[in-house]
Design a protein around this ligand. Structure first.
Ligand code: EPU
Length: 433
């Protein structure tokens, strides 16, 4: 079992290089299953969710060649199975993308239902199912598996209106429709940067997807996707997390390898709080010297403030002057981590979707736990800002989505180290992200 020990209260200085986007990678790797040829994928983040995705593909018959730490070549010309193992698929939420990819190319898929969720709320997939059914698939959940199949072996294009703006459903339907017969239109589509990234990946392999990044996506089905080369976009949330860390702990950091446009929704809030952010071509210089000011934040689908930054920004606001309101507009329950922040001295009351954050002068180190990926990132930020020592347990959640977080923070002057302790890793079926 790994824990992080953090001596907080030290400002951060230096440069941090942002890795490839997790939520793009966990869709693009399954999408490689649709490609009859070799696809080379660059800027892949080195995180446990990615390792699991690659293992699942290998079990289905993909040949995977690691070129370097961030580049792999995947050849899915000889896929021998369309059924995933329970063991691995249950460990990543994003295993639902395997349904869209397998169904799109082979007309059938049997994928273990993604594991339970640690937000506390439910994570339905009804919009994914609605999309596949509209494309002509029969979808049933039985024995812990999603079984999806078609009579003819090929999906048929359709018009699909999403009842909720869902990132996962948009990407899954986009994949399935890429090789369907005829045209598909997805209305009320999500617009996150990773949706555009998946569309660009599919197009670079020969698909015909237009309008990704708007709420109407049009897909003309093609018979075959061929090989090619593609580089994944930088991770908006990883970048935002380091920006929030500087806001909370103070200091000055150059956040490198980012797309500034993707950061606007996060930058805007930090600036309101008194953080200075200077934008350059593919970097942001983030500086916090004075006191933090209160503000209100509401999470929404892109280009709104991302829900995946909600725990981190709430942590920063816990140190701002005055009372801030945080409203969670995407998930029904994403405040479990607040109890942990209270252990450090934060003053936060939660009423359903709203957190009322009374800023305190400082936080004080204590033993705390990462409940999930982003909650875990928030614990790291809190511990960096807190006076004294904190011990963060269950960090395997953090490592699902943050490449080399300890090393990257140490290079910024943080006093953080990972220690191994005997015992169960606590690696549960996974969770979120
Ligand atoms: N929803 C439905 N029905 C569906 C799908 C979603 O009602 O069929 C609802 C959800 O309950 C939620 C809302 O729609 O209230 C949005 O869910 P969405 O489908 O957009 O989420 P997701 O695709 O399951 C991805 C990210 C999450 C991120 C959300 C929202 C991946 C692998 N996960 O999840 O990322 O919070 O989009 O942006 O891309 C994380 O990285 O920490 C993480 C949790």
């Amino acid at each position: 079992m790994t824990k992080y020990i953090v001596q907080g209260g030290k400002p951060l200085f230096g440069e941090v290089e942002i890795s490839g986007a997790k939520n793009a990678a966990v869709a693009i790797i399954p999408a490689a299953l649709m490609v009859d040829g070799t696809c080379r994928i660059e800027n892949i983040p080195q995180i446990s969710d990615v390792t699991r995705c690659l293992k699942i593909l290998e079990q289905l018959g993909a040949q995977i060649r690691t070129i370097n730490r961030h580049t792999v070549e995947i050849n899915c010309s000889r896929i021998h199975s369309t059924r995933t193992s329970q063991e691995l698929a249950r460990k990543i939420r994003a295993s639902y993308y395997l349904v869209g990819a397998l169904l799109g190319r082979f007309g059938r898929a049997e994928v273990a239902m993604p594991g339970g969720c640690n937000f506390g709320g439910t994570r339905p997939i009804d919009q994914h199912v609605k999309g596949f059914s509209s494309l002509g698939a029969k979808v049933v959940v039985e024995g812990g598996f999603i079984h999806a199949s078609t009579d003819s072996g090929r999906l048929k294009g359709a018009n699909i209106y999403l009842d909720v703006v869902s990132v996962g459903a948009t990407m899954n339907i986009m994949m399935a429709a890429a090789m369907a017969q005829g045209n598909t239109v997805i209305e009320n589509a999500a617009k996150e940067p990773h949706i555009v990234d998946l569309a660009n990946f599919l197009n670079s392999m020969g698909a015909n997807v237009r309008g990704a990044g708007t709420d109407t996506i049009k897909i003309q089905g093609v018979d075959r996707l061929r090989g090619g080369s593609y580089a994944i976009i930088p991770d908006q949330i990883e970048a935002g997390t380091y920006m929030a860390a500087v806001a909370a702990a103070g200091g000055q950091v150059l956040v490198k390898n980012i797309i500034p446009k993707h950061m606007d929704c996060i930058t805007a809030k930090l600036v309101e709080m008194g953080v200075e952010v200077e934008e350059h071509e593919d970097t942001l210089l983030v500086r916090r010297t004075g006191n933090l000011q209160r503000t209100n934040v509401k999470t929404m689908p892109y280009p709104g403030f991302p829900t995946d930054m909600q725990p981190q920004i709430t942590t920063v606001l816990s140190l701002a002057e005055g009372t801030s309101l945080v409203t969670e507009g995407v998930w029904s329950n994403r405040y479990r981590y607040v109890d942990e922040l209270r252990r450090l001295g934060a003053n936060i009351q939660v009423d359903e979707k709203t957190a009322v954050v009374e800023g305190v002068d400082h936080l004080t180190g204590a033993p705390i736990q990462a409940y999930d990926l982003r909650a875990g990132a928030a614990m790291v930020i809190a511990a960096l800002a807190a006076h004294g020592e904190s011990e963060i347990s269950c960090v395997q959640y953090i490592e699902r989505g943050y490449e080399d977080i300890v090393e990257k923070l140490r290079r910024l002057g943080a006093d953080i180290r990972a220690v191994e302790e005997p015992g169960d890793s606590g690696e549960l079926e996974a969770h979120i992200g």
